[in-house]
Design a protein around this ligand. Structure first.
Ligand code: ATP
Length: 306
């Protein structure tokens, strides 16, 4: 049996360019891996089977659309072998929450099956397979902090000093990532700025944000947090503004919607600050649950290979 631990991500910067002819947006995406994560277990089996436990387990598809099952089949096909594995996901990452939980499970399944089937696939090959599965999957393999360009799949690891302490406030019900991108385009059109590649400047990483990460400065990082999808997520789910306000009123250094939402992310000054903030957010009634955590942490890795 192989157990792989994999982190969720928060985008400390999510710059969204104009809509490209292929339907994607160019992104300047600073991914940050947090300790809040899933565990994927791979055992010998017949064909690809999948089970899932956790508070959101009923929202996770257990068919071939699950990214963990797709990852197992893709890895087997890449090596020309039959996929035989019983996968189990212990799910802690909120589903459809803007924390790339499905992508994380895809990355974890690649690593778990690679170990179970003793394939020894080199990391660059795993990263290519991950990019085929989805834009956020390569980062879940890598972890740490990285700048993603293109659709998010071209990754450059970034230097970070120390640990940053976070709270994630989980909402009831998810938001569809494509729907949030469509709303972002619609808001840009309504504002008269246009939404096409020609009309929206190409986004780039913010030097102040990169300096805050490299210097281990949570106050400077809080000031530089930026998410171009936040207005669209708030437009589709206005009550998220109450959650962001509650966290800031309770002493968060900074707050933003995580990716396409609806999970909200708060930066605290230290571990004790994150515990207090999580308790205040839970008591505020503006979210379903609030989890203190920290990062950066490594990407998908085997924690038990017995
Ligand atoms: P992102 O931030 O990458 O846009 P997300 O965190 O908002 O993603 P996910 O939790 O990855 O959203 O789930 C999005 C959808 O993907 C789910 O509604 C579900 O139908 C599907 N899905 C496929 N595989 C998984 C998986 N292993 N775990 C959760 N959802 C999955």
């Amino acid at each position: 049996m192989i157990t792989v631990r994999v982190p969720a991500k928060v985008n400390v910067q999510l710059g969204v360019g104009g809509l490209r002819a292929d339907g994607f947006h160019d992104l300047a995406n600073v991914f940050f891996a947090v300790a809040l994560g899933d565990e994927v277990t791979a055992r010998p089996g017949t064909g690809v089977t999948l089970t899932c436990t956790g508070p959101d387990a009923d929202q996770v598809p257990l068919d071939d659309t699950n990214l963990a099952a797709r990852a197992a089949r893709l890895l087997a096909a890449h090596h020309g072998i039959e996929p035989h594995v019983a996968l189990h996901i212990a799910k802690a990452i909120p589903v459809a929450g803007g924390m790339a939980g499905g992508s994380a499970d895809g990355a974890a399944a690649l690593v778990a099956c690679d170990a179970l089937w003793q394939l020894g696939t080199p990391l660059p090959e795993l990263l290519d397979l991950a990019a085929d599965l989805g834009s956020d999957v390569p980062f879940a393999l890598l972890g740490g902090v990285a700048l993603g360009r293109g659709r998010g799949e071209l990754l450059e690891p970034l230097p970070v000093t120390g640990a940053f302490h976070w709270v994630f406030a989980v909402a009831d019900g998810g938001l569809s990532t494509p729907a949030v991108f469509r709303e972002c385009d619609r808001l840009r059109e309504a504002a008269g700025t246009g939404s096409s590649e020609a009309e929206v400047p190409t986004p780039d990483a913010d030097p102040a944000l990169l300096a805050a990460l490299a210097g281990g400065d949570p106050v400077a990082l809080a000031a530089a947090l930026a998410n171009d999808l936040q207005a669209a997520a708030l437009s589709l789910r206005p009550q998220l503004a109450d959650c962001l306000a509650a966290g800031l009123a309770a002493g968060a250094l900074g707050a933003l919607v995580s990716g396409s939402g609806p999970t909200c992310a708060f930066l605290a000054k230290d571990a004790a600050g994150a515990e207090q903030l999580a308790a205040a957010l839970t008591a505020s009634g503006t979210c379903r649950a609030a989890h203190p955590t920290y990062g950066p942490v490594p990407g998908a890795r085997v924690v038990d290979g017995a």
